[in-house]
Structure formats: C-alpha cells, structure tokens
Design a protein around this ligand. Structure first.
Ligand code: DGL
Length: 297
C-alpha cells in the first residue's frame, strides 16, 4: 500500500506546497484539507489556531489514514506545531524551518526579510528559526495580501504560470485590479528598509504574488518560496522514512512514470464549489471533486 501524506492548510494556499510535493513524490497518495470555514487563521489567537489545526490534523490521520503530515500553513506551523505533534501519532513537518534554511542559502549578508500574516509575525517563529541558523530576520505582517490573493487579484491566473514564467508579470497584460495589489505590495515592501539579500514568503498564499514581489524588491534580492523549500525538506524526510519501508518507494502495482491524477483527495470545511474553482489556481491543475467536511465550530 502506498502511504498517504496528509497536507493541511487553513485554506487554498497550501495547495502550492501540495503541487511541489506531488512533483517530488510521484508515488505517494495525498489527502489535502483546507479549513476554509475557519480561515483566516492569520488574525486569530494561538489557542484558537492550535485547536483548529489539531482537529484538522486528527481528521487527516484518523479519518484519512495519513501517515505523515505536512503543515502547509505558515500560521499553523508558527503557532501550533507542538499542539499538532501532540494530537497525532505520526511525523509532522512545518514550513518555518525549511523556509529559514532556504533563506540561509540565499542570504549573503545574514539579514533576511520575512513577510507573513499578523499571527505568524507576532509569534516571531521565523526570527527564532533564523536566529538558530545565524541569520537576522526582519519580519513584516502583510494582512491585506491573503484577501487580495483569495479575490484573484494576482498578475497571473495560476501558480504554475508564476513558477514557469517568473517574469510573466511584465510580459502579460495585467487585469486592472492587479494595479491595486501591486501598490499594496509596493507600500508594504517600502516599509522594509533593511539591507537584506533575501525575502522569505512566509505565507502559502504569497507564491501567487511572486512576480509582483520580484518586480518590487531591489535588484539582487532573492525571493524565497517557503512552499518549495518545505516540499524539498518533506521529500528528503519521507525518502528516508521510505527507505525503511520498501512499498513507499516502489509500488509494484504502480507505473512510476504514470501521472499522479486521482491520487489527490481534497477536503474543505466550507464551499466545495469555491474550493474547486480557486484551488486549481494554486495547484496548477484541476483539484477534482472536493469533499465537504464538518469539523465543528
Ligand atoms: N495559509 C496561511 C499561512 O500560510 C494564510 C491564510 C490564513 O490567514 O489563514 O499563513
């Protein structure tokens, strides 16, 4: 049996992590939960985020049989990783440490900028993870960016376009609403004055804004996608676990070159129609039929 990897986010943003995971672990099965009824987590207290995140993790492990969990949400990773680990008996990986490690590789000066939700910034989880690696992090909350992404006011129709064509923001004519998002990005980044070599996207919604962010940062500043960094770490970790478990790496009933369609099951706690419509933007392909889940209030 191919093991199931549970991937959890407060909403759709974590599908950017799922997309990167699928590319690296083509033999795994994935169950993705977006706790859309209770989004945004980024404006809530630690206690509430921990409760929501633990319930979501328990759904993936106990109801969907997930044997590994990737917390594809910076806010839940920053404020609830311990609570999630205590709530489920499987390995759990968050996105903060991988993001900080990727920043270290990219930062010549030792200074990094981190943009994230209010809750993530107030937790200073990135500052702590960066400090542990010898980096200084300047953190900035950008609370308007998640609603702008959810509204589709991005320069590109989907995340795969953002990854494949990094300078497409200049090449393609942008819808007029994107000027609003560009201005918001410009104002937020203008408030960050540190002499840093890397900007960490500390929220899984932000990769959809990558072309706008890359256009707004000073020349030479690297933009670090924590989704890609987390997927890279997850693939390495699961690869190690898989080596202790042969069927994970080599499933005799499975063609290794076969596409992964059908091996992703998506669940949402609110409108599955909206999830199906918006989710493909993040996943870079159809999310298929999304199943509605009730995790309570
Ligand atoms: N996906 C969340 C994160 O990465 C942001 C959305 C929210 O506020 O719930 O922090």
């Amino acid at each position: 049996m191919t093991p199931t990897i549970g991937v959890f986010d407060s909403g759709f943003g974590g599908l950017t992590v799922l997309r990167a995971l699928v590319a690296r672990l083509p033999h795994a099965q994935f169950a993705f939960l977006g706790d859309t009824a209770r989004l945004p987590y980024g404006s809530k207290s630690r206690r509430t985020i921990a409760r929501y995140a633990a319930e979501s993790a328990q759904f993936l492990v106990h109801k969907q049989g997930a044997e590994f969990l990737v917390i594809a949400c910076n806010t839940a990773s920053a404020l609830a990783l311990d609570a999630i680990q205590a709530a489920v008996p499987v390995p759990v990986l968050g996105v903060i440490e991988p993001g900080a490690e990727a920043a270290r590789a990219a930062s010549r000066t030792g200074d990094v900028l981190v943009i994230a939700t209010d809750a993530t910034v107030q937790s200073h989880a990135y500052a702590a993870a960066c400090r542990a690696l010898g980096l200084r992090a300047l953190e900035k909350a950008c609370p308007l960016l998640v609603p702008l992404v959810e509204e589709g006011w991005t320069s590109l129709p989907d995340y795969s376009a953002a990854v494949a064509v990094p300078d497409a923001a200049q090449a393609a004519p942008a819808p007029p609403q994107v000027a609003v998002t560009s201005e918001v990005v410009r104002i937020y980044l203008a408030e960050l004055t540190a002499d840093a070599a890397a900007l960490v996207l500390g929220c899984t919604h932000y990769p959809l804004l990558r072309p706008l962010l890359e256009a707004a940062v000073p020349p030479g500043m690297r933009v670090i996608d924590s989704a890609e960094a987390a997927a890279e770490t997850a693939a390495r970790l699961f690869g190690q676990l898989a080596s202790e478990r042969p069927p994970f790496e080599k499933d005799s009933e499975q063609d290794p070159s076969a596409p992964n369609h059908g091996k992703i099951r998506c669940f949402a706690t609110d409108s599955v129609e909206k999830f199906e419509r918006l989710g493909s933007r993040f996943l870079g392909r159809s999310v298929g039929t999304v199943e509605l889940v009730d995790l309570g209030g």
